[in-house]
Design a protein around this ligand. Structure first.
Ligand code: ATP
Ligand code: MG
Length: 593
């Protein structure tokens, strides 16, 4: 596949000019210096995410600036200034203190994207307690499993969610002392507390608790794409990486209106939907509703969004809907689009260029890395289909794997793959601030992530001679067919170039001759009939472009591919169903397919 590099006109594109020279920026960067951009707690009492995100702005020139803008179901909005956010989060911290919830205690939420969620996250950090936001769409079992593993001491939720999903769990969760309902409305629900009343009675004064850089701040569960979700532990020092990556990978400027479409139940929605924009003192849009193409186009236009951070699945849905093409307005303020979570098909990057007048900048990271690690920077040309290059302060490499998919070691160090375009396991040199400090309760699983001085990501990638990284597939998803290593991403991206294809998921199925052959599951764009002629046409198209060794041998049409709540295609579920195997952990499945 060959896609043009997209060179941006940097004169017309207001990236910070001192970021244009990639090599110079990397060479001049240290985390210690990045740390000096933040203020630290007054009196040298350490560093606290909430202080950097809220209090220092509230105490300065940005006190009356708009921190959060919540878009309601009907399209109207409510705003919260930095000063108001500081007051509300201090009250929340006081409420926790009053309940005896202190340093290191875990506070969970099961809430939609409403103001109380944002106040709870930042208020908990102010109190030196640890926050774990859960998707409000989780059922009782995923909620129970996470509360239990995290020893949740308090839970913030709504009456309806409590009745439906939590009340029946109380007996099995002895650590869960307090359930705080945001909508008690003076009519207490048995076994719960009225958060609104407690907030009114609590003092808005009281300083942010002292926290050391290594104090635990957040617990985030991985998406569960490959199996049972892991609880990744993050610390207050992570805010240094949030600040720096917001600058380098998202190009945040003081006057930006920023919209991250991720829910805080997924790490992206917390790292980049709450912490990063607030640390930069800018205005963040929060949409409470589920994704809807026309609504999204309206928000981008009417709210004057300038920086938009979203995910491939959402962009593919916009593409598929086609509706935007007819009604799409201009996007006068939009100047930067970024995407994360899954490989971003080149077709989507190019569509973005047509639809928004801006290409989409892919970037790569994981729940474990806490922040963006590899990106198509604002300041550099985009290579569609590539994740980009490592951020300043991030040391990436490709580790060779043996025939059992284990890292190849030599005298205690990992053997690296250095040939351009050779495939290896993407690895990172430990030591960046937002790196996870463990998987809660799974010491052994954590230990297995490291070998020979590297953190192994579980993803396979290659690197071209200019240092751009290209995602091949998750270690478990890569297909071995007649001696070829086939990355599902390459096949899926090619299928998307066919005019009838909206999304594709590709797996390997056992074959007595080839070992495995490629099977594709295809979601069609509106107006196409899933008939035999179309199946043959798509397979023929793929053969012509990819060759018979790589093109899918088998192809099924499906109305919807199974996806996680964070929007990732669940290839392991496609495979389990295909082979008639148990489906494994399905706690994060959103679309069953
Ligand atoms: P689990 O670890 O529970 O199986 P998960 O890995 O999907 O779930 P996340 O931490 O949300 O959980 O996702 C990180 C993974 O998402 C990466 O390891 C990678 O496989 C994929 N990913 C993220 N961004 C990109 C990208 N830009 N290109 C390709 N893959 C990406
Ligand atoms: Mg993972």
């Amino acid at each position: 596949m060959s896609w043009p590099t997209i060179s941006k006109n940097v004169d017309a594109f207001p990236v910070q000019p001192n970021l244009l020279d990639y090599a110079a920026v990397r060479a001049g960067f240290t985390w210690a210096e990045a740390r000096t951009a933040l203020s630290g707690l007054p009196g040298g009492r350490g560093i606290n995410i909430s202080y950097e995100a809220v209090d220092r702005h509230a105490a300065g020139a940005r006190a009356s600036a708009e921190a959060l803008r919540f878009i309601q179901a009907n399209g109207s909005s409510t705003s919260m200034t930095y000063a108001a956010l500081a007051e509300q989060t201090s009250r929340f911290a006081s409420v926790l203190r009053g309940l005896g919830i202190g340093r290191g205690d875990r506070v969970f939420s099961v809430l939609g994207r409403i103001p109380e969620l944002y106040i709870a996250v930042l208020g908990t950090l102010k109190n030196a307690s640890v926050f774990c936001p859960l998707f409000s769409a989780f059922g009782p079992e995923p909620i129970r499993m996470r509360l239990q593993l995290g020893s949740g001491r308090a839970l913030v939720t709504t009456r309806a969610l409590y009745r439906k999903k939590v009340s029946q769990l109380r007996a099995s969760l002895p650590d869960l002392r307090h359930v705080l309902l945001i909508d008690s409305d003076g009519d207490p629900e048995p076994g719960t507390l009225d958060l609104a009343r407690l907030m009114l009675e609590a003092t808005p004064y009281g300083e942010t608790a002292a926290t050391a850089p290594e104090d635990m701040a957040l617990l985030h569960f991985t998406s569960g794409t490959t199996g049972k979700p892991k609880g990744a532990v993050h610390v207050h020092d992570a805010v240094v990486a949030h600040y720096a990556t917001g600058r380098y990978a998202l190009d945040l400027h003081p006057a930006d209106i920023y919209w991250c479409t991720a829910d805080p139940g997924w790490v992206t929605g917390t790292s980049y939907g709450i912490i990063t924009p607030l640390v930069h003192g800018i205005t963040t849009i929060v949409d409470q509703e589920e994704m809807d193409p026309l609504r999204w186009y309206r928000i981008l236009t009417e709210e004057q969004v300038s920086i938009w951070y979203t995910a491939p699945t959402a962009l593919r849905m916009l593409m598929k809907s086609g509706s935007g093409e007819a009604v799409r307005p201009d996007f006068p303020a939009l100047r930067f689009i970024a995407s994360v979570g899954e490989p971003l098909n080149p077709e989507v990057v190019m569509w973005g260029q047509k639809a928004f007048g801006q290409p989409v900048h892919d970037n790569w990271w994981q729940t474990e890395t806490g922040g963006i690690m590899i990106a198509n920077f604002a300041a550099m040309p985009i290579r569609p289909g590539s994740m980009g290059r490592p951020l300043p302060g991030v040391d990436a490499a490709l580790v060779a794997r043996d025939e059992n998919d284990k890292p190849v070691m030599h005298e205690g160090t990992a053997v690296l793959v250095n040939d351009p375009d050779a495939v290896g396991e993407l690895a990172l040199r430990p030591g960046w601030p937002s790196m996870f400090r463990g998987y809660l309760g799974e010491e052994e699983r954590y230990r297995r992530c490291f070998a020979g001085g590297w953190y192994l990501t579980g993803d396979l990638a290659r690197r071209d001679s200019d240092g751009y990284y290209w995602f091949v597939g998750r270690g478990d998803d890569v297909i071995k067919s007649s001696g070829h290593l086939i990355g599902p991403f390459e096949v899926e991206s090619l299928l998307m170039e066919h005019e009838a294809v909206a999304q594709a998921g590709v797996i390997g199925v056992p074959d007595p001759v080839a070992g495995e052959v490629v099977k594709a599951f295809v979601e069609l764009r509106p107006g196409w009939d899933p008939d035999e002629a179309l199946r043959r046409d798509i397979i023929g198209f793929a053969r012509k472009r990819l060759g018979t060794a790589v093109a899918p041998r088998l192809l099924d049409f499906t109305a919807a591919l199974p996806r996680t709540r964070s929007g990732k295609i669940l290839r392991r579920l496609l495979k389990a169903r295909e082979l008639g195997l148990p489906e494994g952990d399905t706690s994060t499945v959103e679309v069953q397919g």
